[in-house]
Design a protein around this ligand. Sequence first.
Ligand SMILES: C[S@@+](CC[C@H](N)C(=O)[O-])C[C@H]1O[C@@H](n2cnc3c(N)ncnc32)[C@H](O)[C@@H]1O
Ligand code: SF4
Length: 298
Amino acid sequence: MFHNIPIRYVEPVYRPPSEAQSLILPLTDGCSWNRCTFCEMYTAPQKRFRARDEAEVLEGIRALGEQGADVRRIFLADGDALALSTRRLLVALTAIREHLPQAHRVSSYCLPRNVRNKSVEELRELADAGLKLVYVGAESGDDTVLAKVNKGETFASTRDALLKLGAAGITRSVMILNGLGGKAFCSAHAQHSADLANATQPEFLATLVVSFPSGEARFRAAFPEWEPLEIPGLLAEMEQFLDRLTLQRTVFRSDHASNWLSLRGNLPTDKATLLAQLRAAIDHPENAPLRPAWARGL
Ligand SMILES: C[S@@+](CC[C@H](N)C(=O)[O-])C[C@H]1O[C@@H](n2cnc3c(N)ncnc32)[C@H](O)[C@@H]1O
Ligand code: SF4
């Protein structure tokens, strides 16, 4: 979509599916936490966490503006650009306003820990400067599961961060990992993840199926008793999760390529339909529109 981008990319670069049309603007490389045992996204040596030099970031934004690039949406990479201080983020957002005034939506991944030391006022300043949307990988609302996968967060820390972001007027898109607790924690994971969503009422909620394209060794080392859920178990966990949701106005998506059954709807309006789709797939898998294994991915 964009050509001759005057920006340095360190591969691999990840972005949410809904940012496919966005300019990817790295403010950091890698992930400041990088210890979740299920996540291999930033483990390559070249992705060791570092903040990008401010002058380099500003020069990239200025050069894009000079090219007359028609940038409408910007995704701040990498794994948690919100790890930067409010000051550094404001400098980047201000430069975007100045040089790329058509950019009406700036978004980023965000860890709960990234906002622990940022006040609601600071977050509101970021929102006013253009930060409209953050993607938060809550993964689970269950403290045992979170500890076993070394997320470094809890139900309470994630809830507090989501409420703070919401109070600042920043749209929240929350990710939950279907199957993360395995068989033993399936119910607790489903219930507490729903409780987390209910307590924070995110504007967007997405589920992905935990998958291990490069093997489970790292994950199993910290969670040796983990027994993966097969398709019926994954769907039953989703059913339990969805059934418990009391969301008032949330766009729900379970259509990432890692999911066997693609689901999309608005909650609460489509709750009954989504549950019926799940129940039909559980009762009659032979007729269900399941994604073929070859079409799945992360
Ligand atoms: C690139 S990560 C960055 C998000 C951010 N660091 C966070 O944790 O909120 C985006 C999301 O990918 C998902 N993810 C990472 N590893 C995964 C795996 N092995 N299987 C399925 N989803 C995974 C997680 O939901 C994670 O939050
Ligand atoms: S899931 Fe997010 S916080 Fe955890 S290691 Fe991956 S990028 Fe970092």
